[in-house]
Design a protein around this ligand. Sequence first.
Ligand SMILES: [Zn+2]
Length: 164
Amino acid sequence: MSGSRRGWLVRAALVLAALGTLGCGGGGPTTQADCPIHASVHVNLVNEVPSGGLGATDRCRGDGSTYCTVESDLPDAVLRRVIAHELGHAWGLAHVYDGTGCVMDQNILPGFDSLCPLEVQHLSAASLGRLPLDVFPGPGLFDATAEAATLWNQSVGRVVFVVR
Ligand SMILES: [Zn+2]
């Protein structure tokens, strides 16, 4: 096993072990209930999410866009999971299912990589009759963002996110 691969595995294990919560904190929907759903969603890496978690979503800047931030250097599977979670917030979804590992659960469980029926229903309802959201991934995030968007699109059964 190469050093970099071993380093990745160690980091992945540490990240997964440390994941008490996704820690959306101030970026969670409970503080954004009155902010609109925007047609444009920007996803960018940051060295440190201000709330202390792995990701955050801000729909309240007032400039017509939603901003998702994701901590840099996450293992691919965790990165995709965090982006899928933040995209759910972009449609106004709240946290659900404490402890089950569903995507809109703040807890991340190792190996979980699908959506739970209720959150699919929530997003389907939130997006009914509306155009898909345009998602603009920042540098290095296209593949993970596309995978996260596909997870939602396939589960909902129509295109709710278009990655640009
Ligand atoms: Zn969240």
